[in-house]
Write a protein that binds this ligand. Structure first.
Ligand code: PGA
Length: 237
């Protein structure tokens, strides 16, 4: 819940010249109210726009909700699904995450699916079990072909907004475990090619070492993405 429409627009106008063609993919996932303005500001730039959530139904009596069909209608390309804050504060479950992913894909949206363990689960040695289970349930019933359009973000909950980052080795190992889980159901090729991001206190100083790890394909950046200079350093590490 950051940035008003005019702030989002000027952020994109300032960021756009720094995101060159052929650059690694830069996707800004903004609040609903900023989507239309952000899409306008991002026209003819290399920046892509995503939403931060959606409902799994297309339409109906769900006052206050926004559907995949609605996002598609204004040409949003990506949508975050199952962010830990949605799971924690808004009753998002593995089942609703699964329904939302299917609806997103039906509406040509690329879902960015978040999974991650709590500190308690990590301390009990259950992190791997928790995250692989979340991935399994999130992707349940999807065709291998649809996985080309899915991005996964491994975000340990204790690392989000806390300034605590997973060590690069731990983050890499968790992501390896996610790939193994995907391999079980979809084969080696899909598991190798699916994009898996690390998120949780990524900043200008740690981005390089995280992104250089074998299995980490990029970052889901929260706080540090709000500061243009920091974000520029992260995308151009
Ligand atoms: P952070 O947020 O980078 O501020 O930890 C990550 C997120 O919101 O997913």
């Amino acid at each position: 819940m950051n940035m008003l429409p005019n702030e989002a627009m000027s952020f994109i106008e300032n960021l756009a010249p720094k995101v060159k063609e052929g650059h690694k993919e830069v996707i800004l996932c903004v609040p609903y109210i900023d989507l239309f303005y952000s899409l306008l500001a991002a026209q003819q730039t290399n920046i892509k726009i995503g939403a931060q959530n959606m409902h799994f139904e297309d339409k109906g009596a769900y006052t206050g909700e926004i559907s995949g069909e609605m996002l598609e209608a204004i040409r949003v390309e990506y949508v975050i699904i199952g962010h830990s804050e949605r799971r924690q504060y808004f009753n998002e479950t593995d089942e609703s995450v699964n329904k939302k992913i299917k609806s997103a894909l039906n509406h040509n949206l690329k879902p960015i699916v978040c999974v991650g363990e709590t500190l308690e689960q990590k301390e009990m040695g259950k992190a791997e079990e928790i995250i692989t289970n979340q991935v399994k349930k999130a992707l349940d019933g999807l065709e291998p072909k649809s996985l080309e359009k899915v991005i996964i973000a491994y975000e340990p909950i204790w690392a989000i907004g806390t300034g605590k980052t997973a060590t690069k080795e731990d983050a890499n190992n968790s992501i390896k475990a996610i790939r193994k889980e995907i391999e079980k159901n979809y084969g080696e090729n899909v598991a190798e090619n699916i994009i898996i991001l690390y998120g949780g206190s990524v900043n200008k100083d740690n981005a390089k070492e995280l992104f250089n790890m074998s299995d980490i394909d990029g970052g889901l950046v929260g706080g540090a993405s709000l500061k243009l200079d920091d974000f520029e350093k992260i995308i151009n590490y």
